[in-house]
Design a protein around this ligand. Structure first.
Ligand code: ACO
Length: 431
């Protein structure tokens, strides 16, 4: 391939450099396009637009490849814990033992919420969506930790990152306890990240929740598999908000809101509702697939903007769901329905032609349900998992794009210059 692209407008040629990434991905660098030609590019949904260069995560959607800092996602099965992967994503390499221990100690030190923050939970109705509480309370960290506002130096950033990763799980657990009218359970420093979270969710003041290894490993893997996915909707939101030099907490609070939608992280809730509806109403999986093809329904947890092949996370989570249920000695009819939907869809020309495969959300809900986590907390768990990715991207954006605010353009299609009409002269439609 040549290293320039030629664009011809009105007979005039313009040359633009082609950048090649470390895995051979190509991008035409059009930074000078508007200056030189007066034109911009138009790409609603950004399917063909690179917003940045990034060294964090590599995806090859055609081949179903996902790597964090170069390491294939499959190598995290039965391997490291979530905190080690978080460190890898944020700081660019695997931590030494000393670095890992020191980060884990920081997480322990910052697990508690300021007592003042606890009062905020009381103001939310019991029925408040946990994602709304999560976003609000992450934003509120800016009020309680002003020392983290300006984290340009490495040490302040490290502390802000540790604080956020630790506190998000406490906030998530308290949001759940509030919705149930249960007393808040303080973090236990003797427990590691995942068991500590389950303890805050499920312990009672008179009864300590015992987390067995199978549950710990399943949630650990689920969090790892959600930890980053390059420039998805929520991560791009975090980068965009961060580009205005908004602090880490404010930027990640915005990421939570972006993740909430049913076409993004909220899909894990929709998948469970779909499977539950099919089960309760005795709908044949074949019939549901038919509805999805005719546009009456959507096969939630299927399809992806980037993957046009198997999402490797879906494969791993499907297997993990089977392992977990077997170890717990349980059966879940929703898993059988999911397997059947997958089998039918993967043989159907509609899904084959459109390259629609199960995505990360297709099996994650079955694992969370087996862990006893209620459906309205599913996207919150996704957010806990995705947080290291958001933090890594916020930092990368701060370092690479210093002082460059993200500000796309548009093609204006509204009125041309129009004069103001005084109210007395307007008709009933305002014209
Ligand atoms: N069920 C049925 N048809 C689908 C589905 C689906 N799940 N997904 C895509 N299609 C169809 C579309 O109707 C469209 O058909 P057409 O060409 O006849 O109009 C075609 O496939 C292309 O779909 P788009 O929506 O244009 O693809 P896009 O890349 O914009 O959207 C998305 C990707 C949003 C993930 C989509 O596949 C979807 O809505 N999936 C269900 C929701 C979901 O699972 N979201 C989670 C994604 S992973 C994540 O964010 C963590």
């Amino acid at each position: 391939m040549t290293n320039t692209a030629t664009l011809i407008i009105d007979g005039q040629s313009y040359e633009y450099p082609i950048l090649v990434g470390s895995e051979g991905e190509c991008g035409i660098d059009i930074r000078e396009l508007r200056n030189q030609t007066g034109c911009i590019t138009l790409d609603p949904g950004y399917g063909n637009t690179g917003s940045c260069t990034s060294a964090i995560t590599f995806i090859d959607g055609d081949q179903g490849i996902l790597r964090y800092r170069g390491i294939p996602i499959e190598q995290f099965d039965n391997g490291p814990n979530f905190i080690e992967v978080a460190w890898l994503l944020i700081f660019g390499r695997l931590p030494s033992q000393v670095e890992y221990r020191s980060f884990a100690n920081d997480l322990n030190a910052h697990a508690n919420l300021d007592e003042g923050m606890k009062h905020h939970f009381e103001g939310f109705p019991r029925t408040a969506p946990p994602m709304a509480i999560l976003s609000a309370m992450i934003n509120a960290l800016s009020c309680f930790h002003p020392e983290d506002q300006d984290c340009e130096d490495d040490e302040t950033f490290r502390m802000a990152a540790a604080r956020l990763i630790s506190k998000i799980r406490t906030i998530a657990a308290y949001a759940y306890r509030h919705s149930q009218g249960l007393p808040y359970i303080y973090p236990d420093h003797k427990l590691r990240y995942v068991p500590n979270f389950l303890h805050m969710l499920f312990s009672q003041p008179y009864n300590h929740f015992e987390c067995d290894e199978v549950m710990r490993d399943a949630l650990n893997l689920l969090l790892i598999l959600h930890a980053d996915h390059e420039q998805n909707c929520s991560t791009s939101t975090v980068r965009m908000v961060g580009s205005s030099q908004a602090n880490l907490f404010a930027s990640c609070a915005a990421g939570v809101c972006a993740l909430w939608g049913p076409l993004h992280g909220g899909a894990n809730v929709e998948v469970l509702h779909m499977l539950d509806d099919i089960h309760k109403n005795n709908v044949k999986p074949e019939e549901y697939v038919q509805r999805a093809k005719s546009g009456q329904a959507r096969l939630m947890g299927f399809g992806h903007r980037v993957y046009k092949n198997f999402d490797p996370r879906a494969k791993m989570l499907g297997a993990a769901a089977e392992r977990l249920l077997t170890s717990l000695g349980r059966q879940d009819p929703l898993l059988d329905i999911a397997r059947k939907l997958e089998e039918i869809a993967l043989q159907d020309p509609y899904f084959i032609e459109r390259k629609l495969y199960p995505n990360v959300d297709f099996y994650s809900g079955i694992i969370l349900r087996a862990l006893g986590i209620p459906t309205n907390m599913f996207t919150v768990i996704f957010a806990i998992g995705r947080l290291p990715g958001w933090i890594a991207h916020w930092r990368e954006q701060q370092q690479l794009m210093a002082n460059k605010i993200a500000r796309p353009r548009q093609i204006y299609t509204g009125n041309v210059k129009t004069d103001y009409t005084p109210m007395a002269n307007r008709n009933s439609t305002g014209a």
